[in-house]
Design a protein. Sequence first.
Length: 131
Amino acid sequence: MQGEHIPKICTTYFAKIGQLPDSIVPISICGRVPDWYHGAQFKVLAPKWWFFQEWKKNHDNAFYLKHFDAEVLGPLDAADIVRRLVELSGGKDMALVCYEKPGDFCHRHRVAEWLTENGFPTSEWVKEVSR
């Protein structure tokens, strides 16, 4: 991917996708989407069902992150993931989407960190205010 133009990658949550500009393609990275969502999905970055269910019982974030890193991100190559996301977005800027608000614990924040650590800057989308 060196030398190639990489579209902007950001993250957001389902309640905000209606505010995304048309230039940003939403891509769900969760295991299950809301019934009303009919956009792109990339379940490769979704948490595994078993540790997500365990986390729902105990809210042990360290447990969740340990398994997310080992079982989801660990086997992946970030450049390959970005290449696949770019293909899915049609080369447009993209927002990786799941359910939680920005301040809440959520795997999309770890995905953003992982992508950034691997040379693909990713941050939470913020609506631009026109002046």
